[in-house]
Design a protein around this ligand. Structure first.
Ligand SMILES: Cc1ncc(COP(=O)(O)O)c(C=O)c1O
Length: 392
């Protein structure tokens, strides 16, 4: 037991108007998901979890690893979350995952998914990996989801690399399931040995790897990973439906690393809100690019702003042009189940994308723009986009 843990949980509780005791800290968000889904499976047996392909493979790995069946719903084009209007009919539904993609929270749509889940006796699981410390609530400010997952991991809202948090709604209808999940989360061991050392070295290792020529970096990374000296954000196993390590708690070191950045999150969120306004001005009237107008006009502190151009080649040129400005755009979620999976069957992934036309459309030519930018940087990003799109 450390003195740092409670304060991290307190901070999350304060930000969300919830109780600190309902928060649990884990090694990664995917570990929290795995704990919850295993308990769900243990209590209710075989079953399905409705989720989306427009996500990171690590958001689906816990479903597969828990022995449940992922069923992919199409997403709403504006929220990029599971569309409650076109939910697949699933007889053995155990849970629906509502992902606040890029940190955009649509309260009404989340409430609708909650209704659909609860009507079927299933859970609403909320993926807040992109909006740590924010969650969907009802009009009375009560959290909507049964369980909410937050990430302190790589390329999320905080400049940290490890850690996640699980919020367990005290009003979950199935009290026995809630208790089992809580007991399992409380019993998680902390990382030790090689893993603990790899966590502490990660930041330095990444800096070194980023400065090496790509083939050399790839080789060194593989060697360090094999020697268990380096802990990749997504392992080979995690591109094949597995989860690296049995679920773990966050550990004192990770909690300490997160405390400072979490305290500074409000300032970084303000920057993101201003950047979104700047994008609204700068992107107006550009031909050949599409974005989510709902996200653009939301006033929410987005992790990234999604953009679609005509095809993958153009999207990669946009990303390179933004990179030439010293700024960092990414091709999320192209490929789907990003960064792509090596065992389609394990995920029940049908690449024909039958019935998932909006998912297919949003993945084509996808670019996810950075949002932690000043107005000048947003202008530079948009100039880079214009230069590519104008070339045709
Ligand atoms: C949408 C989404 N959900 C869940 C996760 C898993 O979070 P963590 O890396 O903390 O396990 C990620 C990570 O990339 C993600 O992007």
């Amino acid at each position: 037991m450390t003195t740092v843990g409670p304060s991290l949980r307190e901070t999350l509780a304060r930000r969300t108007g919830t109780r600190a005791e309902d928060w649990h800290l884990v090694f990664r968000a995917r570990h929290g998901m795995l704990v919850v889904l295993r308990e769900l499976k243990a209590l209710r047996g075989e079953g399905s979890v409705v989720t989306q392909l427009l996500t990171c493979c690590t958001a689906v790995d816990p479903i597969v690893t828990a022995g449940l069946r992922p069923v992919y719903a199409d997403v709403d084009a504006q929220t990029m979350a599971v569309d409650p209007q076109t939910l697949p009919d699933v007889a053995d539904l155990h849970a629906i995952v509502c992902q606040h993609t890029f940190g955009y929270i649509d309260q009404a749509q989340t409430a609708e998914l909650r209704c659909r889940a609860h009507e079927a006796g299933a859970l609403l699981l909320e993926d807040c990996a992109h909006c740590v410390g924010r969650l969907a609530t009802d009009d009375g400010a009560a959290p909507l989801a049964d369980v909410s997952f937050h990430s302190f991991g790589v390329e999320k809202m905080l400049p940290t690399y490890f850690g996640g948090a699980v919020y367990l709604n005290p009003n979950m209808a199935d009290g026995e399931l809630r208790q089992r999940i809580e007991d399992a989360l409380r019993a998680l061991p902390e990382p030790t040995g090689c893993l603990s050392r790899a966590m502490r070295s990660y930041r330095t290792q990444i800096r070194v790897l980023n400065h090496l020529p790509r083939p050399l970096a790839r080789g060194l990374r593989a060697t360090l990973t094999n020697l268990r000296l380096f802990e990749p954000a997504i392992s080979e196993l995690e591109m094949a439906g597995g989860v690296a390590h049995e679920p773990l708690a966050a550990g004192a070191w990770a909690q300490q690393a997160v405390a400072g950045p979490l305290a500074e999150l409000p300032a970084s969120e303000e920057l993101r809100v201003r950047a979104l306004q700047a994008y609204g001005r700068e992107l107006a009237g550009i031909e050949g690019v599409r974005t989510s107008e709902a996200m653009l006009g939301s006033g929410q502190p987005l992790l990234r702003l999604p953009l679609n151009v005509c095809d993958a080649t153009t999207a990669d040129r946009v990303i390179a042009a933004i990179g030439a400005q010293g700024l960092y755009a990414v091709p999320w979620y192209r490929p789907l189940l990003y960064p792509g999976v090596t065992d389609d069957a394990a995920y029940g992934y049908d690449r024909s994308l039958a019935g998932l036309s909006r998912t297919a459309e949003l993945a084509r030519g996808a670019v996810a723009l950075p949002c932690d930018l000043t107005d000048e940087q947003v202008a530079a990003v948009v100039r880079a986009i214009r230069s590519v799109v104008a070339e045709g």
